[in-house]
Write a protein that binds this ligand. Structure first.
Ligand code: SF4
Ligand code: SF4
Ligand code: SF4
Length: 390
């Protein structure tokens, strides 16, 4: 064992990255007390579907390899094995260690396995080289995603700024793999500790019910099926939430969502099942009005869910530039240059491309039946209304 290598990492106060975040001092305790390390396991959390730290397997490969070697030597580990998600197929083939692609079966891990996330190993290597720890994160907005790597203590706002994105009024930020709503005050706190690896911006509005539905559908599709609650529970949750966002929810669904999400969180053995319901469990309490609005009121109180909203042009903002019409593949936008454009809600497939293309931010979502705009061809600047967006 090489205590000086270990001491450096402990002195730097390094943490294990990811779902099992805790100080390395705590994680290493049994091994420092004499338990032999049979295998150093390098693995992503099963819940991590963003792979923000993927550059560690490409341009920063030397750094990661140095971290692996340092820990292997420090603990006299007999062997090293790398587990990578299938989406990273081939990336560690030249590393000189056995690699397995797919989910980590946590039941296979034994007492002599020391498990580290690649981000943790990279930071151990950085600290050995006299540098500070760093953190990779993905920042997403609409269809754009950017990966940035900043010092570990960087704030949520710092990551957003480094990605070249801005927080506009009304934007909600959710961090982590399956999301967590962040308050404005949390934007000036370090990302690490609040959530890992992913920040999402929703300048067009954020609906917690729809976000939870997407997360549960993803978890149901990704579940390896070993745990009944992760497999069946996420499928059932996804079905209840799909009903909620399409106007088919029933009152009994709410207690079921509480019961199932608790069971999935408690009974799942790996990070995928445990993380998959974290957002839902928080949102069922903090955003209970939104769940009620969808299920009992048959409306999306955030004007996001497609079933309850239409795309509309704000007649007072449209400058008749025609950009929206040129991107609409459904041919749902009426009137030409110089005229206030109008959307035919019966032709519109609600793809949102026009809203993204409009330079005036004149296209928005509105509750079904409450459009504001002219009903016949009207020249730009000739439309007046007292109705406001809400
Ligand atoms: S929690 Fe889900 S993904 Fe993890 S082992 Fe159980 S079934 Fe598989
Ligand atoms: S949402 Fe899509 S289909 Fe509807 S008007 Fe806009 S571009 Fe066309
Ligand atoms: S892109 Fe926006 S401003 Fe231009 S015509 Fe369409 S709605 Fe009007």
């Amino acid at each position: 064992m090489k205590p000086e290598l270990i001491q450096k990492a402990l002195d730097a106060g390094l943490y294990e990255y990811g779902h099992h975040a805790r100080p390395l001092a705590q994680k290493w305790e049994p091994f420092l007390e004499g338990r032999p390390v049979k295998r150093l396991v390098v693995a992503y959390d099963n819940a991590d579907y963003t792979f923000a730290s993927q550059p560690l397997f490409t341009e920063e490969k030397a750094l990661l390899l140095s971290g692996i070697r340092a820990v292997q030597e420090a603990f006299d580990a007999e062997g090293v094995e790398i587990f990578l998600p299938e989406k990273m197929q081939g990336l560690a083939d030249g590393f000189g260690y056995p690699v397995r692609y797919g989910k980590v079966d946590v039941r296979e891990l034994g007492e002599g396995d020391l498990l580290h996330h690649p981000e943790t190993l990279a930071n151990i290597a950085r600290v050995q080289a006299g540098q500070g720890p760093m953190l990779y994160a993905q920042v997403a907005q609409g269809g754009t995603e950017k990966t940035v790597c900043l010092p570990l203590e960087s704030t949520v706002g710092g990551f957003i700024q480094a990605a070249g994105m801005a927080i506009e009024e009304g934007t909600v930020v959710a961090g982590g793999w399956f999301g967590r709503m962040l308050t404005p005050a949390q934007l000036s706190q370090p990302l690490y500790g609040l959530a890992n690896c992913r920040i999402e911006l929703f300048p067009q509005g954020f609906c917690p019910v729809s976000f939870a539905q997407e997360g549960s559908a993803h978890a149901a599709a990704e579940s390896c099926g070993h745990c009944t609650f992760c497999r069946e529970g996420n499928y059932q949750i996804s079905r209840f939430l799909k009903n909620a966002v399409t106007g088919h929810g029933t009152e009994e669904d709410i207690p079921w969502l509480h019961t199932l999400s608790e069971a999935v969180g408690e009974e799942s053995v790996c990070s995928l099942g445990q993380e998959s319901v974290r957002f839902l469990r928080e949102a069922l309490v903090s955003e209970s009005k939104s769940f009620d609005a969808h299920i009992r009121g048959k409306r999306c109180d955030k004007d996001v869910c497609q079933a309850f909203t239409d795309y509309a042009v704000d007649g007072s903002l449209c400058v008749g530039c025609d950009k929206c019409r040129s991107v609409c593949e459904a041919g749902a936008i009426e009137d030409g240059p110089g005229f206030i454009h109008r959307i035919d809600v019966f032709e519109c497939v609600k793809c949102g491309k026009c809203a993204a293309a409009c330079p005036e931010k004149a296209i928005y979502r509105v509750r079904v039946g409450r459009l504001i705009g002219p009903t016949k061809a009207t020249k730009v600047g000739r439309f007046r209304t007292s109705r406001k967006r809400y």
